[in-house]
Design a protein around this ligand. Structure first.
Ligand SMILES: [Zn+2]
Length: 220
């Protein structure tokens, strides 16, 4: 008898990758470093994989969490939920982490594209492709009441205005630019959210950001 908790792995010849996009973004490589080049999807087995160029082309298969990558291409957030304890996960976990649940297999659920900031940092340095946007906020966000948090950029805000617990929404790239990766979207403050007034800690953050802002202005 097969153990239902085990991961499903389609045989090599069972995956035809009928929706091929591996070359879709390859012409956009302009620098040495990492870049997402494209993706393949197999509609029959619901398998998703992403191609990267990190000095050389390679890919990783999403395997049991393929629905996450395909969801990004489709502009949807898919997480998982444990049928025993009800914990929700995004990024998704295939098996529940609760010790009492004996690695119960989780189920897919579509999530609301909204969340709250669990924690954040202000980036004063970055990879080449995002240097000109410094300083920016990287936030760990709890999406739709999940028990795991996902990291992404929080835009549309002065970095020193970021707050723990602030509500955020999700903003997608245009569909034809999506690659099935976390760079397909970013967070922005929820509609109607207003930052609290300046305080000593915010003033300190603003002062720390200023040299970065000045330096970015000197970049061509
Ligand atoms: Zn559970």
């Amino acid at each position: 008898m097969t153990d239902k908790r085990m991961h499903k792995i389609p045989g090599h010849n069972d995956v035809k990758w009928d929706d091929k996009n591996s070359d879709k973004f390859r012409g956009a490589v302009k620098e040495t470093g990492i870049g997402f080049m494209g993706y393949d999807y197999d509609s029959a087995t619901e398998q998703f994989k992403v191609f990267l160029h990190y000095d050389q082309l390679y890919y990783w298969k999403y395997a049991e969490v393929s629905k996450l990558g395909k969801g990004f291409v489709d502009g949807e957030f898919w997480g998982t939920k444990c049928p025993k304890c009800g914990d929700k996960f995004f990024p998704p976990r295939v098996n529940c982490w609760a010790l009492d649940d004996n690695l119960e297999k989780t189920e897919w659920i579509k999530l609301k594209e909204e969340g709250v900031v669990h924690t954040f940092t202000i980036a004063g340095w970055s990879g080449k492709s995002s240097l000109k946007r410094l300083p920016f906020v990287l936030a760990y966000v709890i999406v739709d009441g999940c028990k795991t948090a996902i990291a992404n950029e929080l835009r549309g805000i002065d970095p020193w205005d970021a707050e723990f617990g602030m509500p955020v929404k999700v903003v997608w790239k245009p569909k034809n630019e999506r690659q099935g990766t976390v760079t397909d979207w970013h967070f922005e403050p929820a509609d109607g959210w207003k930052p609290s007034g300046m305080n000593p800690e915010k003033e300190r953050m603003k002062e720390l950001c200023q040299p970065v802002i000045d330096w970015v202005k000197t970049m061509k």
